[in-house]
Design a protein. Structure first.
Length: 407
């Protein structure tokens, strides 16, 4: 619209000038050597305009001829680029479809048409991987990792290759490099964290975990269990006060964490701090009763014979009364001390039709030890394995071998 307005303005100006010259024709005389030209001002103006138009036309023709090679070159480059991107698109589609042959052919065409190494190398590397040529893919990824524009893609490809061949040391080095290039990537963070744990870099893994939680890449609700495991593993690597410190940190990160509680108590026992060790186990039992806590507690209580173990078991059970593990703890200690009534009292409330296998095995042991009733013992053992109890005259005959086998 603006061009049309300017064109109309120019036409109007030319018309005004032409009208003015027609009303004021005047006279112009030109003399050059032996030549003399007499004419009007309007004719002279028209001659000048015609000369200017001819010069402009000749200049335009000359410019078109002079710039033709550049225009042709640009046209060819655009055509090659269009063909290259078309080949690149078809190659990526072939990669997604799992067509290795088409992907390789289109990668070669894209490389031929495009002067864009990052895109073509990525497609070539993927095509090589699909054909099983990991060495060629590694060369492409290595080249990409040496160029700023594609460094991250190259490092990622090399990292995935290292993980595939289980070269954990190189994979960890590449993961650290990828983290420096893109620290906000959830995939990079998770991969680095997993590799640090796999290679035993527990301290570095703890730092990575803190960063992941801070960036909300790992939910804060999961951080307690993760930290407890990391600190516990760090404790296993050390000894003395350092091991105790890491075990304590692991338990503080997740109160009730059984492995760290056992480790902490063992470190206390190594320093002859029996009361502290017993306190750690009692706190852990109150939060998360587990059989692994019992042997360490017996050591902390210096319970060596069966009677002392029964007393220690009753003490520990008081921190989680009524819990199945507390009942089983007392029952096992009572059986070892041959306190049949105490064992039966601990088991009788849980020895029902839905009794777990551990309860059934303890009941079988109790029936045989207290009464010598092999038939009832066999019945409990069969319930522990999920088989129906025998009936009739076959019960007594099958009892002895079943109990012997269980023992």
């Amino acid at each position: 619209m603006l061009r049309w307005g300017l064109f109309l303005i120019v036409i109007g100006v030319v018309a005004l000038v032409a009208g003015w010259l027609a009303g004021h024709p005047g006279a112009v005389t030109l003399e050059w050597q032996d030549y003399r030209v007499d004419t009007s001002a309007a004719v002279l103006a028209a001659a000048v305009l015609l000369f200017a138009a001819v010069v402009a036309l000749l200049y335009r023709v000359w410019w078109s001829v002079w710039s033709a090679p550049k225009w042709l070159g640009r046209f060819r480059r655009d055509r090659r680029r269009r063909r290259g991107y078309a080949a690149l698109s078809r190659g990526l589609v072939a990669v997604a479809a799992g067509d290795a042959e088409t992907a390789r052919r289109q990668a070669r065409r894209a490389t031929e048409y495009l002067n864009d190494p990052p895109l073509t190398m990525l497609l070539s590397a993927q095509a090589a991987q699909m054909e099983g040529d990991e060495q060629a893919a590694r060369r492409f990824f290595q080249t990409m990792s040496e160029q700023p524009a594609t460094e991250f893609l190259g490092v990622r490809g090399l990292l995935l290759q290292a993980i595939k061949r289980e070269d954990w040391a190189e994979a960890l080095t590449l993961a650290r490099r990828a983290y420096r290039l893109n620290p906000h990537s959830e995939w990079v963070m998770q991969t680095l964290y997993d590799l640090q744990k796999r290679t035993g870099e527990w301290g570095d893994a703890a730092l990575t975990l803190d960063e992941a939680v801070k960036m909300k890449l790992i939910p804060a609700s999961q951080s307690g269990a993760e930290k407890a495991n990391l600190y516990y593993q760090q404790s296993l690597k050390g000894d003395g006060f350092e091991a105790l410190r890491w075990a304590r940190r692991a338990y503080k990160a997740l109160p009730g964490h059984v492995p760290s509680a056992v480790r902490w108590a063992e470190m206390c026992l190594a320093e002859d701090r029996h009361r502290k060790a017993a306190g750690v186990i009692e706190d852990a039992w109150q939060r998360n009763p587990a059989p692994d806590l019992v042997p360490v507690y017996f050591q902390a209580k210096k319970a060596e014979d069966a009677t002392q173990k029964l007393a220690a078991a009753r003490r520990l059970a008081e921190f989680k009364p009524g819990h199945l593990e507390s009942r089983l703890l007392v029952a096992e200690a009572a059986l070892e001390a041959e306190k049949w009534a105490d064992a039966r009292a601990a088991l009788e409330t849980v020895a029902d039709d839905q009794a777990p296998p551990r309860v059934c095995r303890l009941m079988a042991q109790l029936e045989e030890a207290e009464h010598g009733d092999l038939a009832r013992a066999r019945s409990w053992l069969l319930r522990a394995t999920g088989e129906p109890a025998p009936t009739g005259s076959n019960t007594a005959a099958a009892a002895a071998p079943a109990v012997a086998a269980a023992g």
